[in-house]
Design a binder for this molecule. Structure first.
Ligand code: ADE
Length: 229
């Protein structure tokens, strides 16, 4: 898989040199290109923003540098993700779908966002997905892109060493994951649930399933089918 990022803050993406994603990059499983949008400006001040038409607070990212950058970076099979609090909410099924694509480009807006004509232009030419990582507002698309890149690339075969660890995770089966424990069996008078020490795999499976449902009901009832359905 190839991932390209266009941003005015390339240093945010240094974090992706670390951990499993860093190793996947070293091994060539995930190829990551980080590009400074200002490389596609042509004025002395390398301007990327301007005041909004119609008035209002804040600045808007100008279309010209974005057009020049995306014309160069997008390929015919690329999906363009534009992180935005007004996008579709990014979920595990979307991460799974995007993990199958060969090329993803992230366009990280700052300030109030990118001139809408950029999104309209590339929507006519290919696949564009404005994407939100949740109902809160960040200062720009960089942190959201890093979250999406990690969620997507860990699903690319070979990135996570033991693929079994991807199966029993929160959101993989529509439920939250059950609670987990390790040694010691007793810590500060708190014991690991007996069933987990029983060696009875059927009983452990059943306990974990019940715990998943109880946790989902407590934390995220919106994920469960409506009562009586
Ligand atoms: N940019 C600003 N806020 C964001 C959010 N919640 N998700 C994605 N991109 C953003």
């Amino acid at each position: 898989m190839r991932i390209d990022v266009v941003t005015i803050f390339p240093a945010f993406f240094d974090a992706l040199d670390l951990s499993l994603i860093g190793k996947a990059r070293e091994r060539g499983i995930v190829k990551l290109g980080v590009h400074d949008l200002r490389a596609w400006t042509s004025d002395r001040h390398r301007t990327v923003d301007d005041t909004p038409y119609g008035g209002g607070a804040g600045m808007v990212m100008k279309p010209e540098p974005w057009g020049a950058a995306l014309d160069e970076i997008l390929t015919d099979d690329a999906v363009l993700i534009v992180p935005s609090p007004s996008g579709e909410v990014f979920t595990q099924p979307i991460a799974r779908e995007l993990a199958q694509t060969s090329h993803i480009v992230f366009a990280c807006g700052r300030y109030e966002g990118i001139d809408q004509r950029v999104i309209d232009e590339y929507s006519e030419r290919g696949r564009v997905r404005p994407m939100s990582i949740g109902d809160y507002v960040l200062n720009g698309g960089e942190v959201a892109s890093i979250a999406m890149i990690e969620a997507i690339s860990r699903l690319v075969p070979g990135v996570v060493g033991n693929p079994d660890s991807l199966v029993e995770e929160s959101h993989e089966d529509g439920l939250l994951e059950y609670p987990i424990y390790t040694k010691p069996p007793l810590w500060r008078d708190r014991a690991v649930p007996d069933v987990l020490l029983s060696g009875n795999h059927a009983a452990i499976s059943s306990w974990r399933h019940d715990q998943s449902i109880a946790r989902t009901r407590a934390q995220r009832p919106d994920l469960l089918p409506p009562e009586g359905a």
